[in-house]
Design a protein around this ligand. Structure first.
Ligand code: PGA
Length: 247
């Protein structure tokens, strides 16, 4: 018997043209043939969401976006709103990924506004937090991430479905992962910060950063890890399925 349902979410980042949806299709087919008790999602570039949603309809694979604007509509050239993602067929959206915090200057307040937008549109947000290597080396990892949780989770999340993803910046795309002890310690701290912020909320806390078919079972087995957010290894169906089945 499975101990608990894990949440396994892929993040394609800025990768994927229509032909690559064959990978998502292969995930769908495999899960139809051999279902897993885990929740499975794939976060596509905005351009692929409508097509992906059409092809994954009726399957257990949930479709997500990777970011949204805080406003529902307006003069924001190049941006996509949560309502637009929802209409295209998404049910999930990532908010506050470190690549957006670092590359686009998103603050905790910006992330909280995006999370509110996701709730307004009926999307389930996956809120990302995580320290840089410099912050970890300075002994500030717990403090930094706890502050990010407090600042990025709006009070309106109370009682709503959402997830938090702990993604140490230095583990993303590097092949490096924290130790099992470091992950367990951080997930406990995030859980505590979340309870302090929202009361008795018990949202899943995912780990992200260089998750692959080889390390997935160990990371998913860490105390307090309710799932994983997978970047590079979610692009190929075989790798992603191996991770989905590792939990
Ligand atoms: P990675 O990315 O699995 O390629 O390290 C994870 C993420 O950024 O969500």
């Amino acid at each position: 018997m499975k101990q608990s349902v894990k949440m396994i979410v892929g993040n394609w980042k800025m990768n994927g043209l229509a032909a690559d949806l064959a990978q998502a299709e292969a995930v769908r087919v495999s899960l139809a043939e051999a279902p897993t008790g885990n929740r499975v999602g794939l976060c596509f570039p905005a351009t692929l969401i409508a097509q992906a949603a059409g092809r994954l309809k009726g399957s257990p694979v949930e479709v997500g976006g990777q970011d949204c604007h805080a406003a529902a509509s307006g003069a924001y050239t190049g941006s996509v709103s949560a309502e637009m993602l929802k209409e295209a067929g998404a049910s999930l959206v990532i908010a506050g990924h470190s690549e957006r915090r670092a590359g686009f200057g998103e603050t905790d307040a910006d992330v909280a506004a995006k999370v509110k937008a996701a709730l307004r549109a009926g999307l389930e947000p996956i809120v990302c937090v995580g320290e840089t290597l410099e912050q970890r080396d300075a002994g500030r990892a717990l403090e930094v991430v706890t502050l990010q949780v407090a600042g990025s989770l709006p009070e309106s999340l109370s009682g709503r479905a959402f997830a938090v993803a702990y993604e140490p910046v230095w583990a993303i795309g590097t092949g490096r992962t924290p130790t099992v002890e470091q992950v367990a310690e951080m997930h406990a701290a995030i859980r505590q910060a979340q309870v302090e912020r929202l009361g008795a909320a018990r949202a899943p806390i995912l780990y992200g950063g260089s998750v692959n078919p080889k390390n997935a079972a160990e990371l998913l087995g860490v105390d307090g890890v309710d799932g994983v957010l997978v970047g590079g290894a979610s692009l190929k169906a075989d790798d992603f399925l191996a991770i989905v089945r590792a939990g």
